[in-house]
Design a protein around this ligand. Structure first.
Ligand SMILES: [Zn+2]
Ligand SMILES: [Zn+2]
Length: 378
């Protein structure tokens, strides 16, 4: 089986965040015959680390990819379409895994002479939990990198070209769940209860004003209302319960904190005004992914013969890879997936196979550049 067949197998058998057991074992089965110096499984749940080389002889370079698929029903009809109803690889993590499998193949044949490469297959990226869990796992002590790199395929950008910047490359984001609770009443006598409708009506327009409310002028600071639910289809009843789901986004973590505080202040004020109980919770919390200057310089030097573009704005989407760059010198880059490829998380998206060879070639150049030019920071 080659890395393209592997990608198709992974695509056919997608698994949701934190349940990537089959995916992890499929990878181990593929990589074990390549005789790496070490394979560690069960990291942060289902994570797998594959090591080639020896940390004592030079720099440790970690390359990270993701194991999880999404709760999206695939609309493609090709042979290797998802067989798991309602679940599919719509972020291209199947392709990212195949890229690292191809890198494993390379270092199996070309053992590092000085240094160690760690191929990390990380669980639960889509929910923002996996990177944290991996870093909190005690086994991570053995896997401390001098440099850590990741790529994400980026549809609508030219195929195989690299897009990178220093500082924030992927925005911070946070899902918020706001609950307002009053009292039901007969629809004929709503005044005897306490409906949250008016408070919701006042709250919704505030989300659009949030950037101004925190004095932000960034195009990357905004809120997206993703769901609103009030009451039931019960025509005799004035409702008691409302739920609002909103996603906040910003270029910097500090700005995110101010957005969250502002939402809290506004919800509390409205709850008091309308005498409603309230709760505010967060889910899918992603810090900004901030690239290190040195790691970006390594990428641009290692790929000086390739089409590498320094971009001035971050990608709007989020990545939990920021957990790694907050602790280690590292960078994530966008790898163009072609102008005609459907967008990430679209139901008809599929990772372009030609990126497997390109992505693995870039990762090998970056890793070898570190081995040849960088001293470990020990
Ligand atoms: Zn995704
Ligand atoms: Zn992704």
């Amino acid at each position: 089986m080659n890395s393209i067949n592997l990608r198709h197998k992974l695509h056919q058998h997608p698994e949701l965040s934190n349940t990537e057991f089959g995916t992890a074992s499929r990878l181990v089965k593929y990589i074990a015959p390549l005789s790496p110096d070490k394979i560690i499984t069960g990291i942060g749940g289902t994570g797998v680390a594959v090591c080639f080389g020896d940390a004592a002889t030079g720099s440790t370079v970690m390359l990270r990819c993701e194991l999880d698929a999404l709760p999206i029903a695939e609309t493609n009809s090709f042979d290797y379409r998802s067989i798991n109803p309602g679940i599919s690889h719509k972020c291209g993590h199947d392709g990212h895994m195949a890229i690292l499998a191809a890198v494993a193949q390379y270092y199996s044949n070309n053992r590092p002479k000085a240094g160690r490469v760690i191929l990390l297959f990380q669980p639960a990226e889509e929910t923002g939990e996996g990177a944290k869990k991996v870093l909190e796992d005690r086994v991570s002590e053995q896997l401390k990198p001098d440099f850590v790199f990741a790529l994400h395929n980026t549809p609508k950008y030219p195929m195989g070209e690299v897009f990178i910047k220093t500082g924030t490359i992927c925005c911070a984001s946070r899902g918020m769940i706001i609950r307002l609770t009053g009292k039901t009443a007969h629809a004929a006598q709503p005044e005897t209860g306490n409906s949250p409708v008016k408070a919701v009506h006042q709250l919704l327009p505030l989300f659009e004003q949030l950037p101004a409310l925190i004095n932000s002028h960034s195009d990357f600071t905004f809120a997206t209302i993703v769901g609103v639910k009030i009451g039931e289809k019960a025509f005799g009843t004035s409702p008691a319960d409302a739920e609002i789901y909103v996603t906040l986004r910003s270029e910097h973590d500090l700005e995110m904190r101010r957005l969250v505080e502002m939402v809290n202040d506004k919800v509390i004020a409205l709850a008091i005004e309308h005498q409603l109980a309230y709760s505010i919770e967060s889910e899918d919390v992603f810090d900004a992914t901030v690239n290190h200057d040195e790691a970006v310089a390594i990428i641009t030097n290692a790929l000086h013969n390739e089409a590498v573009h320094l971009i001035s704005h971050p990608f709007r989407w989020s990545e939990d890879f920021g957990q790694f760059t907050s602790m280690h010198c590292g960078a994530l880059f966008g790898l163009g997936a072609g102008e005609d490829t459907p967008a990430l998380h679209n139901p008809d998206y599929d990772f372009p196979d030609q990126l497997i060879e390109i992505g693995s070639r870039y990762f090998i150049k970056i890793t070898d550049h570190c081995f040849n030019h960088k001293q470990p920071a020990k």
